[in-house]
Design a protein around this ligand. Structure first.
Ligand code: ADP
Ligand code: MG
Length: 283
């Protein structure tokens, strides 16, 4: 479905290299800022076409982990491997053809139109001085359509609502057409209809195109319904890595979040989900 030849080329390379090797492997990753340990011995793998949710309380190190994986930070200890190849041996632009990173909402003014901003997502694929190729234009059109942002493509990003803006951010990483997406709270500012739409879109990209997704989220229920695996961080360490059905237990949620939630079986899927309580005797 992807039109981009570059994507096809990267993807064929991925497939021919190895089907069994993790697309992204993190081994004993540790990272400190100003002498303070933020991540400690983090290890996990992301397989081709996998959808993994990263959860954990505020300050657990989730955003820092994604920044390490996106090579925003490079001075970590341990290993990050792309199909067995050390990330530190790969340049930033080449890495951006493998891995697209959607940062947690940053309130920066973006003075460009939606269309021009999404086109910037194509930067790893061409020369910064050449005009957009037909593949670039097609990738942008497809990303705008998939995210429902086509109708306001001529608006300036800073004039958009939080939800519209978040879908534009997602369009920019989709236009990058990488085999891996790193998403940091991509649905936080969306109303429930748009959240569900974006979640379905991610599921479609994941299942139809085998794009591996590593998504940081606070929405544990959605993570339980959509992801193949959940990795939980607390105090910079992985304290759970396993299937959602195992994660959605009171004792494990208590260990991760320090809070014992009320769980009920989802009426259609049977998976336990968290329901709000009023702090009374209902749990
Ligand atoms: P999360 O995304 O799980 O909420 P973060 O990765 O943003 O957590 O932060 C993890 C910890 O690292 C927090 O205690 C935060 O204050 C600290 N931290 C993150 N970035 C910096 C930084 N640039 N300088 C100092 N401390 C930081
Ligand atoms: Mg964060």
């Amino acid at each position: 479905m992807f039109q981009s030849l570059e994507f096809e080329r990267v993807f064929r390379g991925v497939i021919s290299l190895s089907l069994s090797m993790a697309i992204l492997a993190v081994r004993r990753l540790s990272f400190a800022i100003a002498g303070q340990t933020i991540l400690e011995n983090v290890s996990f793998e992301l397989d081709r076409g996998e959808f993994v949710a990263i959860v954990g309380p505020n300050g657990a190190g989730k955003t820092t982990l994604l920044r390490c994986l996106a090579l925003v930070y490079r001075n970590w200890q341990g290993e990050i491997l792309w199909l067995g190849r050390p990330a530190k041996s790969v340049g930033q632009r080449e890495w951006a053809r493998f891995v697209a990173y959607l940062p947690q909402e940053e309130r920066v003014d973006i003075p460009y139109t939606v269309e021009d901003f999404v086109l910037m997502g194509r930067y790893p694929h061409g020369s910064p001085f050449s005009p957009p190729s037909s593949q670039d234009i097609e990738a942008v059109r497809e990303a705008l359509e998939l995210t429902g942002t086509w109708s306001f493509r001529h608006r300036v990003v800073r004039t958009l609502s939080g939800g519209e803006r978040q879908r534009v951010m997602l369009a920019a990483v989709l236009a990058q057409q990488t085999p891996v997406l790193l998403l940091d709270e991509a649905t936080t500012f969306l109303d429930f209809r748009h959240r569900e739409e974006v979640q379905r879109l991610l599921e479609k990209i994941n299942t139809q195109r085998q794009v591996a997704i590593l998504a940081v989220t606070h929405d544990v229920n959605t993570a339980a319904l959509f992801s193949h695996r959940i990795v939980a961080l607390r105090d910079g360490q992985v304290i759970f890595d396993g299937p959602p059905a195992t994660f959605m237990q009171e004792s494990i949620l208590q260990k991760v979040f320090g809070f014992r939630p009320l769980l009920v079986a989802h009426p259609h899927l049977g998976i336990p989900v968290i329901v709000p309580t009023r702090g009374g005797g209902e749990s």
